[in-house]
Design a protein around this ligand. Structure first.
Ligand code: ATP
Ligand code: MG
Ligand code: MG
Ligand code: MG
Length: 433
């Protein structure tokens, strides 16, 4: 009878059966009579037990000779094992070595972070990155599911652009056949064109910012999801945003129980963040609240990390700060009806210090007003002619927002630093591997 080749993730269907799994050795320990192999097969982690009494001498010697990250075909009977976080182990009967491994650099001892990121191409194989990036994958899949369900069309924005909608200080410039071009810092303006054609769209792609400050929350290359909705005002947009965030968290709770255990993330706390609605606080009131709690802030400033952390923790939930000062927001945000010093905008701040996860607004709809704003900023009008066309031909109220995928990953996983949230992070001091 042929032995089935399986993945350990499917072990529940093979309990009591003999199977073969292609795997790598993480670690091993044991004595003269028994060897315990810590294995992973790309879907999960499991233990193989090799008892000298039950296998040929050759197989036992092979088990003892395995080095960290040697790849093998391992054959044996599957048993349930409540102690393992993935729930199964294998009573090994045979081992075939596929690829040897010598002097694997990431040994079981403690390593510094910089070293681990120098070895990121190998570090991906380890428990914590595995759990974090599996959760990232759930968030990506759930994003498509959510926006499909809500009737959105995915409409990609270009990465190479000729213009700089939010100022040039944070832009990466490159040469485009002799002409300067920029790596996109947002797909927003293109998404607006898409919304006028498809009603509700979202872009989902890499965005680039030459962020010179080193913080735990900023990458120079990150992935942004930018929905844009025609005929939608701020209130409807906030409802959509909170539905989206609650959906993402629910999907992770549903699909990533083991990963959340590996990362020691408090699941009840995460579940509490799926309770809607999220509080909405005006920027004005947020400033007062901060001042009452001894923060040295004045009306008109953008909040930094300590302020954002305080505000969301105060409500013990993600919180929307709405209607920011116009002076600190991009030109395309809509003027407030009765005040010209604020714009109809909202940032969603995550509790526990995970910072701003969404920035969004209603968009200005008036052609003359927008044109004037662009002129006041000294931007090149030729670059924005196409964007102004959107107000020239059937302008409608519309809203949109941007969610930073890696911010969401750190929030859901409880990772301390955003570099953990992307396979190969790009930061001021890191371009490799
Ligand atoms: P911050 O205030 O944290 O610098 P921002 O206001 O500059 O963020 P936006 O321009 O509003 O950011 O971008 C939308 C979203 O993209 C943010 O809410 C955040 O989730 C994410 N984001 C922005 N900059 C970065 C970055 N450098 N690295 C990772 N994610 C980012
Ligand atoms: Mg910023
Ligand atoms: Mg901000
Ligand atoms: Mg923002």
């Amino acid at each position: 009878e042929e032995i089935p080749k399986i993945k350990i993730i499917d072990a529940k269907n093979f309990v009591g059966k003999t199977v073969t799994i292609g795997a790598w050795l993480r670690q091993k320990r044991g004595s003269g009579k028994i060897a315990f192999l810590q294995l992973r097969d790309g879907t999960a982690f499991f233990q193989g037990v090799v008892a000298k009494a039950d296998v040929s001498e050759e197989v036992f010697e092979t088990a003892k000779s395995l080095k960290q990250e040697t790849s093998i075909y391992v054959t044996g009977e599957i048993h349930e094992d409540a102690r393992s976080s993935f729930g199964y182990e294998m009573a090994v009967s045979d081992i075939k070595v596929i690829g040897e491994s010598h002097d694997y650099p990431i040994t079981p001892k403690e390593h510094g972070t910089e070293f681990l990121f120098d070895e990121r191409h190998l570090y991906l194989r380890h428990l914590k990155p595995f759990a974090t990036l599996k959760i990232r994958n759930t968030l990506v899949a759930a994003t498509y599911e959510f926006f499909n369900k809500e009737g959105f069309t995915k409409l990609d924005a270009p990465v190479l652009t000729g213009s700089a909608p939010e100022g040039t200080t944070e832009l990466f410039e490159t040469d485009y056949f002799g002409e300067p071009a920029f790596l996109s810092q947002t797909g927003q303006l293109y998404a607006e064109a898409g919304a006028m054609a498809f009603g509700k769209v979202f872009t989902f792609g890499p965005t680039f910012r030459a962020e010179k400050s080193k913080t735990r929350r900023h990458l120079t290359e990150f992935w942004m999801i930018e929905p844009e909705m025609a005929f939608m005002d701020q209130e409807e947009s906030l409802k959509l945003q909170e539905r989206y965030i609650a959906f993402l968290i629910s999907k992770v709770l549903e699909n990533n129980d083991q990963e959340l255990d590996i990362l020691k993330r408090d699941k009840d706390l995460l579940r509490s963040y799926t309770q809607l609605p999220y509080p909405r606080v005006s920027y004005d009131d947020a400033v007062k609240l901060l001042q009452d709690n001894d923060f040295d802030v004045e009306w008109g400033v953008d909040f930094g990390s300590p302020e954002e952390t305080f505000l969301a923790n105060h409500f013990a939930k993600p919180v929307f700060i709405v209607n920011f000062p116009k002076a600190i927001k991009p030109f395309y945000m809509k003027r407030h009806k009765t005040r010209d010093d604020i714009v109809v905008s909202a940032d969603l701040l995550a509790p526990e210090g995970y910072g701003e996860i969404i920035g969004g607004s209603e968009r200005e709809t008036d052609y003359d007003y927008l044109k004037n704003e662009i002129e006041k900023l000294g931007l090149n009008m030729d670059e924005y002619a196409w964007y102004l066309d959107l107000r020239k031909y059937g302008s409608v109220p519309h809203s949109g927002f941007g969610l930073g995928l890696e911010r969401m990953v750190t929030f859901v996983t409880g990772e301390e630093h955003i570099r953990e949230a992307i396979p190969f992070p790009r930061m001021t001091n890191r371009l490799r591997p």
